[in-house]
Design a protein around this ligand. Structure first.
Ligand code: NCD
Length: 305
């Protein structure tokens, strides 16, 4: 079911497949040191900055007894000499058993998957997809709140240029969500294709600018960073920068067990005081990246079914 598959979009996966990944991840959490991928090699090809995605994939591979090769920043590779992406990917295919690619261009992972035999995992392509982040996000909700169905999930921030937010929204539609609230300044509203998808699947969603209106009812608050590097026009960025910030005070109205998530890195959108509140789960969310990616690597390489 999973062996040899590419992971390009969260929408490549059905609800039952996601639940299977979560079951395997929960098993991985119980026993983090394994040697089931001994002799296998993961290649990480990161053409954009990354902390969590790359390092949690590396940690996952090491914990499974496998090894890792790779690079981050194209200045470090022959791309700086003019080699094209497809050729670089063909080489990695010859060296490694599975490849994680992060790239600024939308569709880069799909292109890589077309020229490569090994499973290709999209570690983020432009503003479009970041499927493993969405898996980690959904797993976090399941672990922290015990279920995903029936919840009201509010997203706040840059919903236009953020691939983590987009993939998370798509992922939520695989479950029976009670409501999705999309809170952003007008310039950062979700793209039309995302809204059309929500309409198509018939999810109850609302768009707005004011978080206070939804805070008292939300079960999950997913905060995101303004994606400065993806703005086509810096004048637009100047208009929205610093336009939202979650303060400890604003959370007074929140439900007791409401959780705050963030794909990280966070810049100035969450007051530091919030980090110590019981609602904050973003560091835990980042930690769940390891068991979820251990599960995925094991499934794609066929050592777990
Ligand atoms: C995100 C990304 O790179 O898309 N980071 C991540 O993988 N956790 C979010 C971001 O950069 O804001």
């Amino acid at each position: 079911m999973f062996r040899g598959r590419d992971v390009l979009s969260i929408l490549d996966f059905s609800r039952s497949e996601l639940e299977h990944v979560f079951r395997v991840a929960a098993r991985m959490e119980k026993h983090l040191k394994r040697n089931t991928l001994e002799g296998r090699i993961l290649a990480t090809a990161f053409f954009e900055p990354s902390t969590r995605t790359r390092l949690s994939f590396e940690t996952a591979m090491h914990r499974l007894g496998g090894s890792v090769i790779g690079f981050s920043g194209e200045g470090a590779t022959s791309l700086a000499k003019g080699e094209n992406l497809a050729d670089t990917m063909r080489m990695l295919d010859a060296y490694a058993d599975v490849i994680v690619l992060r790239h600024p261009l939308e569709g880069a992972a799909k292109l890589a998957a077309e020229v490569v035999d090994a499973p290709v995992i999209n570690g983020g392509d432009g503003r479009q997809h970041h499927p493993t982040q969405a898996m980690v996000d959904l797993y976090t909700i399941k672990k922290e709140l015990g279920k995903i169905d029936g919840l009201h999930v509010a997203l706040v921030g840059d919903l236009r240029y953020g691939r983590a937010a987009t993939s998370f929204i798509y992922g939520l539609t695989r479950f029976s969500i009670r409501k999705i609230s999309l809170i952003s300044p007008p310039l950062l509203r979700p793209r039309e294709e995302v809204i059309n998808f929500l309409k198509e699947v018939g999810v109850d969603y609302t768009e707005g600018e004011n978080l206070d209106n939804v805070l008292a009812d939300a079960d999950v608050l997913y905060v995101t960073r303004i994606q400065k590097e993806r703005f086509p026009d810096m004048a637009e960025f100047e208009k929205v920068k610093g336009s939202y910030k979650l303060s400890a005070k604003s959370l007074e109205r929140a439900k007791e067990d409401m959780i705050i998530m963030h794909p990280l890195p966070k810049v100035d959108e969450i007051d530091m005081m919030v980090d110590n509140m019981k609602h904050a789960r973003y560091f835990k969310q980042a930690a769940y990246g390891v068991p979820v990616r251990m599960a995925l690597l094991s499934l794609l390489l066929g050592v777990v079914r």
